[in-house]
Ligand binder design. Sequence first.
Ligand SMILES: Nc1ncnc2c1ncn2[C@@H]1O[C@H](COP(=O)(O)OP(=O)(O)OP(=O)(O)O)[C@@H](O)[C@H]1O
Ligand SMILES: [Mg+2]
Length: 221
Amino acid sequence: MKIKLENCNKTYIKNGIKNHVLKDLSYEFEPSTFYAIMGESGSGKSTLINILAGLLKFDTGNLKFNNKIYHGDVEFSKLRLRSIGLVYQSYLLNEQMTAIENVMLPLYLNNDLAKKEKILLSQEKLKIVGLSNKVEHFPKELSGGEQQRVAVARALINNPEIILADEPTGNLDIKNEKDIFEMLKKESIEGKCVIVVSHNPFIKKYADKLLILENGELYEK
Ligand SMILES: Nc1ncnc2c1ncn2[C@@H]1O[C@H](COP(=O)(O)OP(=O)(O)OP(=O)(O)O)[C@@H](O)[C@H]1O
Ligand SMILES: [Mg+2]
């Protein structure tokens, strides 16, 4: 699935002060590609990811998935649940749910899979991120890096065509970071459109396209 932003503008207004974060930004993200987005703190990377995920409204412009504009929250939620895997800068795990329940969450509305299959799939994903021994742990019983890995497993469980990750390795050591980047790379090789925000120059090794967000615009580097 392709994602296209056309002439997107986003301004935040706080206490009467305007911050024009995205300026007429146009870019088309293709399938089978690993995009790394870098840029200074405050340059708008999280804003961009949230817009692509349909979680944040922009002022003007268009957002298209395979050339289609999705209108309204209901239509967008369906698209998101089916086609977008999201990893946030803060992991946003459900505190009342164990690791495996968190991972399984996106499968909730999937009627093609039996409960048992959902559990197996979730166990498998947790194993891939190195957490087979923590499936019954609640987020507060996990380290920051472990929570982050649960969030990555959750993002991939639905086999989404688009994967958006905002600093998915911010709390990880080098070994775990490498594993996550490699996992995401594999997804892109398998055909997914993978968009990863990171401050870590290490990501360049994995990226097919390196994008810099600067002065409200995206530049290919
Ligand atoms: N809800 C908001 N209201 C007002 N200003 C906001 C809001 N959210 C973000 N901003 C501002 O918009 C700018 C871009 O924020 P954003 O979170 O997108 O940056 P970022 O590139 O992800 O930074 P970082 O690398 O630190 O995560 C920042 O200057 C921030 O202060
Ligand atoms: Mg950010």
